[in-house]
Design a protein around this ligand. Structure first.
Ligand code: BEZ
Length: 212
């Protein structure tokens, strides 16, 4: 099954460092980020999990639950978590799924055989409160992800869900945004964007971020 943007994130039940998790129930009404790691006790993954742990308050502030997955078992994760906490100076409070049977890795197409038959790529699935996949990033094992970028994507998704705007290149929270081209009604534009807008072209209208 192909997973597309807008698809319902497949549900599953799997063991984790926090006990058994039924994914949809665990998500509840939160946003979620499900992110895969090629293998336990690998250097880049260790830094990624530490970075995510140190940003936990930022994710919580956005109403986002983090869930990691690595294709080793839960006892192995337990030993690795001790290393992560010591080397990355963090407390890892989110769960890591034990996925030795690759149930989740397979369900989410995280193993790309041309890259590796055994290890997952570095995927991150952004899931909204309706359990829909809203964004996906996929990196090779050799490239650690930017968790600042993951937060930036969440900020964009949450902003653009609530306002008729889109976020331009390199946008970050607080920067100007673009008014979606479909919005043409002058009265609605004036109501939604009381600070006004600048039309660089008829299709390129910049406005201050409306929720600021
Ligand atoms: C790492 O996490 O460091 C890693 C994992 C697999 C291949 C290369 C690097």
């Amino acid at each position: 099954m192909s997973l597309h943007l807008g698809s319902i994130a497949p549900d599953f039940e799997q063991d984790s460092s926090h006990g058994r998790i039924r994914f949809h129930t665990w998500l509840g009404t939160s946003w979620g980020v499900l992110f895969s790691h090629p293998k336990d006790f690998t250097p880049v993954c260790t830094t990624e999990l530490g970075r995510a742990a140190n940003l936990a308050q930022e994710f919580a502030a956005r109403g986002v639950k983090m869930l990691a997955v690595s294709v080793d078992d839960v006892p192995t994760h337990g030993r690795w978590i001790a290393d992560i906490e010591e080397t990355q100076r963090c407390t890892l409070e989110y769960p890591i799924l034990g996925d030795a049977d690759r149930k989740v890795a397979t369900l989410y197409d995280m193993i790309h055989p041309e890259a590796s038959d055994t290890m997952t790529v570095r995927s991150a699935f952004f899931i909204d409160p309706n359990k829909r996949i809203r964004a996906v990033i996929t990196y090779p094992a050799s490239t650690g992800r930017s968790f600042a970028e993951i937060l930036r994507v969440i900020d964009s998704l949450q902003l653009t869900d609530n306002h008729k705007v889109a976020t331009p290149a390199d946008w970050k929270d607080g920067d100007d945004v673009v008014i979606v081209p479909a919005l043409q009604d002058a009265k609605e534009i004036a109501e939604r964007f009381p600070k006004g807008y600048k039309a660089l072209r008829p299709y390129l209208r910049m406005t201050p971020q409306p929720n600021r």
